[in-house]
Design a protein around this ligand. Structure first.
Ligand code: UDP
Length: 468
């Protein structure tokens, strides 16, 4: 009996390390099921900070995955000065090149789109290729986004006018309007409108793959499945296939891991703020003082401050630690702390037995990596949907605590010290660790051969193959 011909799947990645890394992990999952996979990447640099892996670096670390570089879109009048909007424009204007790629491949079984590429759903429909969304943030964020869209279809107010008013959306913890992403605060803004359009396209897709596991977000997943988030508009089927977490190149072991090897179990506070997180010099000094006062061991990834705090895509030079950190800090903490410039192999550090707590900006990949490694989170949200993730982590998952002052100009050293001590020394910290041990066990279970996330992926594949 002839075997079935190889199924071809094209993934269209959004920009940025936090979108590309989980896309690569999804590609590997397809490969493990003998699909032929190509990741189409847009032409603009996918990373900002020094030390962040570039697309070329990510491709080199994942030789099993095929990358197709889309050509730069034809120049167009009036490029948007806002880097986020420019990114969305580039992704949309690259869709004709994506269509050419689809046309050049033998019959494509599915197109899988990052949420920022969701407008390609229409192009896929024209080609009769089923389109799916791969959502690289939480089910909670997806449910909240649909909830907000529905809410806004019933009111005219913008979030920015609602201040600390509490929003209640199905399946997610109550959230203050001011904790919603800053880019969504003004419904008249171009980004808000563009984003609403993307979610509307996502609702037209054949399904949504979520990089999460059901146990940590059962309520949000339930609300999505019931169609409760946007009443009256059918929500496509959702599949929780995570946590899909990368591990980087095995053969290159960063010096910080050797340092971790010599630290006692669960003794090190790890501080790392995503691919774009950066603080002012004044804030770095406060963090340093807080760590010093806490007396705990630490591994801290430090980036240079931004020239322009509003430009997340600014390329940052290597930090000058002597100038940025308090005088004598490195010497005084040499026996119990390590500072790494710009970039550390985060997923590996989190899995290391010496890691005891994680001070994080609450990016979704970081959240998943921390939770699936069983490490309590100290939440310091910075940008995008991270304030929302912080609410989920603390209120719903009960996986961490908030570093107060994240929404003010400066977080004080005393607060850093207090929260580090709380997690590392108190009964409350012990409770968190117990909760996280459970979350880790459930993540392992989710990814086991017959675990919920693998079963969900199989269901998705069955539907895909049978819809051909
Ligand atoms: N990351 C890393 N080392 C660093 C900073 C970030 O390995 O020094 C990785 C991190 O493990 C995660 C990704 O980069 O997989 C960042 O994604 P996340 O969604 O947490 O945040 P974003 O960068 O999108 O804000």
């Amino acid at each position: 009996k002839p075997s079935r011909s190889v199924d071809v799947v094209v993934l269209y990645a959004g920009m940025g390390v936090g979108h590309l890394l989980p896309m690569v992990e999804l590609a590997k999952l397809f490969l493990s099921r003998r699909f032929d996979v190509t990741i189409a990447v847009p032409a603009t640099p996918g990373s900002a900070a020094t030390g962040s892996p570039t697309i070329a670096g990510i491709a080199a670390s994942n030789p099993s995955v095929t990358f197709h570089h889309l050509p730069p879109p034809p120049s167009y009048a009036d490029p948007d000065p806002n880097p986020l909007l420019l990114m969305l424009d580039v992704l949309r204007l690259s869709v004709p090149s994506l269509v050419s790629l689809l046309g050049s491949l033998p019959s494509v079984s599915a197109l899988v789109l990052d949420i920022f590429c969701a407008e390609a759903v229409n192009a896929a429909a024209a080609l009769h290729v089923p389109a799916y969304i791969y959502f690289t943030s939480s089910a909670n964020t997806f449910a909240t986004s649909l909830g907000l869209m529905y809410h806004d279809s019933t009111t005219t107010a913008s979030l920015k006018d609602m201040g600390k008013a509490v929003l209640r959306f199905p399946g997610v913890p109550p959230v203050r309007a001011s904790d919603m992403p800053s880019t969504l605060q003004d419904r008249e803004s171009r980004f808000y409108k563009a984003r609403t359009k993307l979610y509307a396209c996502a609702m037209e897709s054949s399904g949504v793959l979520l990089n999460t596991y059901e146990w940590i977000e059962a309520r949000a997943v339930g609300a999505l499945r019931e169609g409760a988030c946007f009443p009256g508009r059918p929500t496509p089927p959702v599949y929780c296939v995570g946590p899909l977490v990368g591990s980087g190149k095995e053969e290159e072991r960063h010096a910080c891991l050797a340092w971790m090897d010599s630290q006692p179990a669960r003794s090190v506070v790890f501080l790392c703020f995503g691919s774009m997180g950066s603080f002012s010099a004044a804030q770095l000094k406060e963090i340093a003082r807080g760590l010093e006062r806490s007396g705990h061991r630490f591994l801290w990834v430090v980036r240079s401050p931004r020239q322009d705090p509003t430009n997340l895509l600014e390329r940052l030079p290597e930090p000058d630690l002597a100038a940025l950190l308090p005088e004598g800090f490195m010497e005084r903490t040499a026996d119990r702390g390590m500072v790494v410039k710009s970039w550390a192999p985060q997923a590996k550090v989190l899995r290391h037995a010496a890691t005891g707590a994680f001070v994080t900006h609450c990016g979704w990949n970081s959240t998943l990596e921390g939770v699936a490694s069983g490490v309590p989170l100290l939440c310091w949200p910075l940008y995008a949907e991270q304030w929302l993730n912080k609410v989920l982590i603390v209120e719903e998952m009960k996986a961490g605590v908030v570093i107060d002052g994240y929404d003010e100009e400066l977080v004080r050293a005393e607060e850093v010290e207090a929260k580090v001590r709380l997690v590392m020394e108190s009964d409350a910290g012990e409770k968190l660790r117990e909760r996280l041990a459970m979350a880790k066990a459930k993540a392992v279970e989710a990814l086991a051969e017959h675990g919920p996330s693998r079963v969900a992926f199989n269901e998705f594949l069955d539907r895909l193959v049978n819809s051909e």
